[in-house]
Design a protein around this ligand. Structure first.
Ligand SMILES: Nc1ncnc2c1ncn2[C@@H]1O[C@H](COP(=O)(O)OP(=O)(O)OP(=O)(O)O)[C@@H](O)[C@H]1O
Ligand code: SF4
Ligand SMILES: [Mg+2]
Length: 343
């Protein structure tokens, strides 16, 4: 994938459709009397605007999947939402789907909010043909006669370059790329307001990856959905995201328009991510980051990046830096950056 950031669809100054406010989702485990709390999502706030692709990046175990689970209300023990709230433009009054009654969740899922899970090819039941998945998930929302519904499904599959014959297939009869396109078709057929996509292209080869990303972009354009796209692959974000949020150890540490993040990364961790991207014709060796990402069951106090940060100061070891806006639309959680902005 390309590491160059291309200007995607200009994000219109649209109203948010999803707000996450100071969200905290922890895993509480108790094995053989040993209690552990993994602070996988620990005080995250951001908003996704109508019609935009908001990309979330961060290394493995930084909490990306846990954040999506908390947003979609897939919160079962040992995961618990211990603070904050999630609000949608299409659902008032609960502060999160994890607090909404099951009937309300069923009304929202697929129709207003759909979720392409990490390893989502597993969503498809291996012993049922694809047609059954569309009937189970989408028919209750779309309704009408079954013949009319099937026509609509076939037209939608065609948008994703899938032939109607896939409806009669079992998941194992399709290639990885076709299964992923079928999953995207399922997630988009009800024209949801928000699509959460967790590493939707990671298991695919580069050519199919590009094709699937192009399809996510054009479906978004056509049906006007917002997409919250999670992937650790900055090349993918460079290709399709409008804005980018960078996560580190359960927290959001920087957010800006995608082009701004690539051109002017401010947080030391984001700078490391961007400068370590391979560039064609560049044979300069780059220094790696010292140390390892923290254990979220026992994270360092203060800024969680401080044990690895070349700019760390005393304050970083004991206080948590707030996300502050350093330029319009560019927020960063770093004492060094925000102090130099103030100076
Ligand atoms: N069921 C669980 N019980 C306890 N801890 C868990 C559980 N699932 C995930 N975690 C922990 O929560 C933290 C965040 O995990 P998460 O899967 O959200 O990360 P991620 O950013 O999606 O990683 P990846 O890029 O590998 O998909 C990790 O420390 C992980 O070990
Ligand atoms: S707050 Fe301190 S430790 Fe954290 S990134 Fe900024 S300078 Fe580094
Ligand atoms: Mg994940």
């Amino acid at each position: 994938m390309l590491a160059e950031a291309t200007q995607a669809e200009p994000p219109e100054e649209a109203q948010p459709v999803l707000w996450v406010r100071d969200l905290k989702a922890h895993f509480r485990t108790d094995r053989f009397g040993i209690k552990r709390v993994v602070k996988a999502v620990d005080g995250i706030s951001f908003a996704v605007r109508r019609g935009e692709i908001y990309g979330l990046a961060g290394e493995s175990s930084s909490g990306k999947t846990t954040l999506l689970k908390a947003i979609v209300g897939a919160v079962r023990p040992p995961l618990e939402v211990v603070g904050g709230q999630v609000d949608f433009a299409f659902l008032a009054g609960y502060g999160g789907l994890h607090r909404a009654p099951p009937a309300e969740v069923a009304r929202i899922r697929w129709r207003h909010l759909s979720y392409i899970m990490q390893g989502s090819m597993n969503v498809l039941n291996p012993v049922r043909r694809l047609r059954s998945a569309f009937v189970d998930f989408a028919y209750p929302h779309i309704g009408g006669s079954r013949r009319q519904f099937e026509r609509e499904v076939v037209a939608h599959l065609a948008r994703l370059k899938l032939d109607a014959s896939v409806l009669a297939a079992y998941p194992h009869e399709l290639s990885g790329g076709m299964r992923q396109r079928a999953t995207i078709a399922l997630a988009t057929i009800c024209r949801p307001d928000v699509i959460l996509a967790d590493e939707p292209t990671t298991a695919l080869d580069v050519v199919v990856q590009k094709e699937v990303l192009g399809m996510i972009s054009s479906i978004r354009r056509e049906i006007g959905s917002s997409v919250l796209l999670v992937t650790h692959d900055l090349g993918v974000h460079a290709h399709v995201s409008d804005r980018l949020g960078i996560m580190y150890a359960g927290r959001l540490i920087e957010e800006a328009a995608k082009v701004e993040i690539f051109r002017n990364p401010l947080h030391p961790y984001t700078r490391h991510l961007i400068t370590s991207l391979p560039r064609i014709g560049d044979d300069v060796s780059r220094e790696g980051l010292v140390g390892a990402p923290p254990n979220l069951a026992d994270p360092p106090p203060g800024c969680r990046f401080h044990p690895r940060c070349p700019l760390a100061m005393e304050i970083c070891k004991c206080e948590v830096p707030a996300m502050l806006e350093t330029a319009p639309g560019h927020r960063v959680a770093c004492f060094a950056v925000n102090r130099s902005e103030e100076a």
